[in-house]
Design a protein around this ligand. Structure first.
Ligand code: NAP
Length: 313
């Protein structure tokens, strides 16, 4: 990308999209175009076609998506499949039809099989069954990355995809039912501290191991890959480091300043014991993350405190 290349960031008000906006601006890119959801519904083919025909962006970061935690995913299976499938097909197809030079599609590590080897390499895609709780979302994301690959193979485009691990940071979703584990913990401990509670009960026994990437590091990788990677195989985006949910919980409590007890409700499910990405491909390309977990949680909590609109999402 040149500094004056026309770049469209789809989903620029989301957590990932807003981080990509910050990173592009930090690096001096000065011709970025955006549309809010209200201005352009990406699920509507006619609107997407008209937008691309008029604007003809040279580069596209596709980070708009219908996103949610396990409850949202399970209760809205059909919506998760329909919205994500429509949105990504419309955008990728219109980009290709209008001569977009390069497109980057954001997926998620949940595209990999439930029983994938740990850490999960890119090559384990479609080797066995998916985790049933997010199958609809994963199938839509797999279709998006495969559509990029098929356009490359049939029409010689240069469309790439990357699959991030769990993300957190500014503009996260803190909704009590629709959020992911880390923002949910920030909100719970913050509210417990405010209410002077002496104990907080968490689900499971705290043993599952998970990986977390600060969203500004992801944005740095997104821009890096746009400039430095071409290929049909996706690229994993993570730290390659894992932490137990118990350690994560204690870290969030410490950062938030909650001093009460943490109890574990072992009648609740733990989820997959381990979920870690193999990040050797990104490392071989010359990229690594910068923000360690505790520092990232501090930055995220600052954003939570100073961004009341987001805290109500
Ligand atoms: N968050 C994570 O932990 C995580 C982990 C791995 C991968 N990812 C991937 O990263 C990408 C972005 O996630 P995120 O966390 O940034 O999500 P987010 O904060 O919910 O942002 C998604 C954005 O997409 C927009 N959008 C959704 N449907 C749209 C539509 N039909 N038309 C126009 N805009 C629409 C949303 O606008 P409205 O809010 O106005 O609807 C929002 O601005 C997704 O592909 C996701 O799979 C996220």
């Amino acid at each position: 990308m040149n500094k004056d290349s026309k770049i469209y960031v789809a989903g620029h008000r989301g957590m990932v999209g807003s981080a990509i906006m910050r990173e592009l601006q930090r690096q001096g890119y000065n011709n970025i175009i955006t549309r809010t959801h209200a201005e352009l519904d990406l699920c509507r083919q006619d609107q997407v076609e008209a937008f691309f025909a008029e604007e003809k962006p040279e580069y596209v970061f596709l980070c708009a998506a219908k996103v949610g935690g396990i409850i949202a995913n399970q209760s809205s299976l059909a919506d998760f499949m329909y919205d994500n499938m429509m949105l990504e097909m419309n955008v990728i197809h219109a980009a290709w039809q209008n001569g977009c030079k390069k497109l980057e599609f954001l997926g998620s590590s949940c595209i990999y099989p439930r029983l994938a080897p740990q850490p999960m390499p890119e090559s384990c895609l479609l080797t066995s069954a998916l985790e049933p709780t997010n199958e609809a979302y994963a199938l839509a994301k797999i279709s998006g990355l495969k559509y990029c690959e098929y356009l490359n193979r049939q029409y010689g485009t240069d469309y790439i995809s990357l699959m991030p691990t769990n993300l957190y940071g500014p503009n996260d979703n803190y909704h009590p039912e629709h959020s992911h584990v880390l923002p949910a913990l920030i909100r719970r401990f913050h509210e417990a501290k405010e209410a002077g509670l002496t104990e907080v009960t968490c689900w499971g026994d705290g043993t599952p191991m998970r990986e977390f990437l600060y969203v500004d590091d992801l944005a740095n990788l997104c821009v890096f890959l746009m400039n430095n990677y071409s290929g049909n195989e996706t690229v994993n985006a993570g730290t390659g480091k894992e932490v137990s949910i118990k350690t994560l919980t204690e870290l969030v409590a410490k950062v938030v300043g909650y001093e009460g007890k943490i109890l574990w409700d072992t009648t609740r499910p733990n989820g997959t014991p381990r979920k870690l990405l193999d990040v050797s491909k990104a490392a071989a390309l010359g990229w690594t993350y910068k923000t360690e977990l505790e520092e990232g949680i501090r930055l995220a909590y600052d954003d939570f405190l100073n961004n009341p609109m987001r805290a109500e999402r």
